[in-house]
Design a binder for this molecule. Structure first.
Ligand code: GTP
Length: 340
């Protein structure tokens, strides 16, 4: 073939190469072309511009590439290359940071594959394309940071909700305890721990409503209690009053109700109990009190008024009758008086 024949063919090839170059510029930000036999790596002008270097100003060697990869991304990049060389990947593909002329790093996507082989089938040429994905990676990192921040906020919110829920449950439990205590206090005499008059009244009304048999009402009034206060002081008087329930209780049944009726006055409701039994019990209580030595060797007696409540009786009437009996007992003191 003469030179004249070659010229149009060369022109056609040059035009083709130019077209190819333009097409590569459209789909990538830099092209590299490695000749495995010479070790030379040619890079496109755009490749240099992408990194801020003068076009073709760096040595056209593999070491230039290796020297510009961020040290942290080196192992993964080499591993990706090895996978391709070992035939485990259809092409070399890696993301890594690459050093620019100003010393900063940008994120690149690098994709390459062998394009020529020798007669033994050994690859001799590799063609690669770089893509500047810096903005994309930054956006992804920002998104990851935001996601992590949101997850952190979410965890904090959940922790706070749990804390509040726990605090609320604690507050509810404390409130329930307080309510129970308040209810307890509302029906208890603070000094003796017995039911107070108000609660006893309520219970009596209930008891009467369901009463089917005789019951007894006993009023118990300590004698000359004022003397104890006067002689030993009000605090000692309190101690004596506080000791009364423990002295009476052993003589009572589960169903019997004992309450503090007022100052030094106590009251007993004895269900299913007739007059004689109530008087006998009152005598036992009278003896117990009379035989007890309180603090400071205090002696004490009590007077008792016993009335019987029959089914259908008005409780106020019964109370009045018990009070009348007590009044009579008080004439002598240390005495039990029951209804005739
Ligand atoms: N320490 C103390 N004394 C009380 C309490 N409540 C009432 N008293 C005293 O009980 C005394 C009752 O006096 P009085 O009503 O005169 O009766 P008394 O001295 O027991 O005499 P008689 O009932 O007539 O035998 C008063 O001194 C009250 O101050 C109390 O909670 N603690």
């Amino acid at each position: 073939m003469s030179d004249d024949d070659l010229t149009p063919e060369l022109e056609r090839l040059r035009s083709l190469e130019k077209t190819l170059q333009l097409a590569l510029d459209i789909v990538s930000d830099g092209i590299w072309d490695w000749d495995r036999l010479t070790g030379r790596v040619r890079r496109s002008a755009r490749w240099y511009l992408m990194l801020g270097y003068e076009p073709f100003s760096l040595p056209e060697t593999v070491d230039t590439w290796l020297g510009l990869i961020h040290p942290d991304d080196h192992p993964a990049t080499m591993a990706a290359m090895q996978r391709y060389l070992d035939g485990e990947a259809p092409l070399f593909s890696a993301r890594y940071r690459f050093k620019k002329a100003d010393g900063d790093y940008i994120w690149l996507q690098d994709k390459a594959r062998f394009v020529e082989y020798d007669e033994h089938g050994e690859p001799v040429r590799m063609l690669g394309a770089h893509q500047d994905i810096h903005l994309q990676v930054q956006a992804e990192e920002e998104q990851r940071r935001e996601q992590a921040h949101l997850e952190q906020l979410n965890r904090e919110l959940e922790r706070k909700v749990q804390e509040r829920t726990r605090a609320l449950a604690d507050a509810n439990a404390a409130l329930a305890r307080q309510l129970t205590l308040s209810r307890e206090q509302a029906r208890t005499d603070y000094l003796t721990g017995l039911f107070n008059r108000r609660h006893f009244d309520q219970m009596l009304t209930e008891e009467c409503r369901h009463q089917q048999r005789d019951a007894a009402l006993v009023l118990l009034d300590l004698d000359y209690f004022k003397d104890i206060n006067d002689r030993h002081g009000h605090q000692t008087g309190d101690l004596v009053l506080q000791a009364i329930p423990a002295l009476l209780r052993p003589h009572l049944r589960q169903a019997d109700l004992l309450a503090r009726w007022g100052g030094e006055e106590f009251i007993l409701w004895l269900p299913d109990t007739g007059g004689p039994d109530a008087v006998r019990l009152s005598e036992r209580l009278r003896h117990t009190l009379a035989e007890t030595r309180f603090c400071h060797d205090i002696h004490l007696t009590a007077s008792f008024g016993v009335a019987v409540c029959r089914p259908g009786d008005a409780i106020q009437q019964v109370l009045r009758r018990a009070d009348a009996c007590l009044y009579q007992a008080k004439r002598e003191r240390n005495k039990v008086v029951g209804e005739e």
